[in-house]
Design a protein around this ligand. Sequence first.
Ligand code: ATP
Length: 333
Amino acid sequence: SKRVAILTSGGDAPGMNACIRASIIACQKANYTLLGYKHGYNGLLQQEYIPLSLDSTHNLIQQGGTILHSARCKELKSHEGIKKAANNLMKAEIDTLIVIGGDGSFRGAAEIGKEWKGQILGIPGTIDNDISGTDATIGYFTAIDTAMSSIDKVRDTADAFERIFLIEVMGRNAGFLALNAALSSAADYVVVPEFFESADKEIEKIVTQIKAQRALKGPVSFIVVVAENVWPKGLSGLTEELMKHDISDVRPVTLGHVQRGGSPVAQDRLLATTLGEFAISLVGSDITNIMVGEVNQRPVTVPLHKTWENTKPLNEAHVEAMRTLMNERYSSW
Ligand code: ATP
């Protein structure tokens, strides 16, 4: 019988619990022991773990966050940290380590794989969807939904006052969340890192667009969705730039951490469940140092290093649709 350990690391994402639940149930069926390290890699370094059994699964599928807690862990970025992790896995007689997290967490896992002979499986869990080798990551769908509903609400007040709103959406250094939130909430403009050339070029397009709309319809609301970490000095920088073009009465809204929370939507629960189940089906095989993912509705395995070495492109159809909405004159889009 195998001993499997699981942990959640990096930014938490809705559906991590659903994935833990699926893993518990699959381990039970296969008669494996499942341990949960707490607080990401910190639990592995401190030997802080709890047994996970069917007692823990009740109502778990619908809970946001992660019952194992997540954390960043500085110590793991040192060679000593990696050695300690490998040693602790040996001492706890773990056969398989499962890491649910983003690309940073996978880098850590790959480093541990250099020092430890056991099996390592990654499961993509991040609202950013910025992991190559899988169509989606656990948490992404819920985050789109949360951002969309928030933008819908902002639109109500924007319409009432015929105001311009700038809405910052998460996504680390990728535009998946911003693009999809903008498309599904019918925002007027979106700024994403994949197409950002310079603040000057972008401001020109936004101003032209706002002025064109106003010339046509009089005062109207206008919603610009901005991916985080793109605009120099963020939303206040963009507000200043607009002022320089005589566009005032601009309201900035940063959606922030609401995007990381909440009960997972069905798509995230389904992805989390299939990936958890699939990962446990690989326990004991010679497949290691991989991430499990889903491509075209089929489970796949991807070498860990490919998940961060390759850059995942935005969905071309979504880009096309947004381009049309934003006005095709803007050729860089
Ligand atoms: P998200 O992008 O959703 O926040 P993430 O997994 O990318 O998730 P990070 O903070 O980048 O989040 O990484 C999580 C943890 O993984 C770090 O705190 C660290 O412990 C470990 N880690 C990241 N990069 C490395 C690395 N190069 N070597 C060893 N460990 C790493």
